[in-house]
Design a protein around this ligand. Structure first.
Ligand code: 6PG
Length: 244
């Protein structure tokens, strides 16, 4: 696994460079006549990135027809709920670009979680090419919680050990909110995994992960992300990684 760290002055600079990198990735796929399968992260960090893509030159410049958006995790709430990762992405990006509706594969947060985890796994199997027995996303974006969770894989959860399913039902440890999340076999099968981590609150956990590397010895799910056949990237601002 190749690991790369990109350090930026602040989250705005991080988002700007990520938009450049995303544009390049789509252009490469367009040149070879392929699609780009992307699993998006939720939370707040990706919003600035999405908003840049919703503006010129990217709004019209990117070949959105070859981009297929999925979510690495979603809260089990309706799509118009303020907690919905889809709602945030739709407001910041999807409603501004000319992308076929059939390219947007949202988790149906309004449906019963167990049924939806099964349905969504089938959607992924049908729309993402497989390698090593699992669907292989071209690019998975991840955030990291202050507790070291990623997607909706939380410290100490039994689903950290899930090695067969594509999606699981997860539960937020504080709020009890149900989520649908990708599992590690899928995350670690991706060609490219990029963490987007900004803000001082992430510094303590990132420092430990930087020092100890990808390891199950750490209590942090983010430290278990290890795309053995792909590239792991950390897009960081200085507040999250003053040591770097
Ligand atoms: C979610 C996310 C989650 C998020 C981290 C970081 O649904 O909440 O996918 O894994 O990426 O909690 O969130 P922030 O970007 O808001 O710090």
């Amino acid at each position: 696994m190749e690991k790369k760290y990109y350090l930026f002055e602040d989250s705005a600079e991080l988002a700007a460079q990520l938009a450049v990198d995303f544009n390049n990735a789509v252009a490469q796929k367009a040149a070879s006549g392929e699609v780009l399968t992307v699993a998006l992260s939720g939370g707040h960090t990706p919003k600035a990135f999405f908003e840049i893509l919703a503006e010129p030159p990217y709004r019209e410049g990117i070949s959105w027809n070859i981009v297929h958006f999925f979510w690495g995790d979603e809260r089990c709430v309706p799509p118009d709920n303020d907690e919905s990762n889809y709602k945030m992405t739709n407001l910041a990006l999807l409603s501004h670009i000319d992308i076929p509706a059939s390219n947007i594969h949202r988790v149906l947060g309004e449906d019963p979680p167990t049924n939806e985890a099964l349905r969504y796994a089938k959607v992924i199997e049908e729309n993402v090419s497989s390698a090593n027995v699992f669907p292989q996303f071209d690019w998975i974006f991840l955030g990291m919680g202050d507790d070291g969770h990623t997607a909706s894989l939380f410290p100490g959860a039994s689903n950290l050990k899930e090695m067969e399913k594509i999606c699981v039902v997860a539960e937020h440890p504080q709020t009890g909110q149900k989520r649908v999340s990708l599992t590690f076999p899928v995350i670690n099968n991706a060609k490219r995994v990029s963490f987007l981590v900004a803000g001082a609150a992430k510094e303590p956990v990132f420092k430990e992960i930087l020092e100890k590397g990808t390891s199950e010895a750490l209590p942090y799910p983010a430290s278990m992300v290890d795309p053995e056949n792909g590239v792991l990237e950390w897009y960081l601002d200085k507040a999250a990684a003053p040591e770097l």
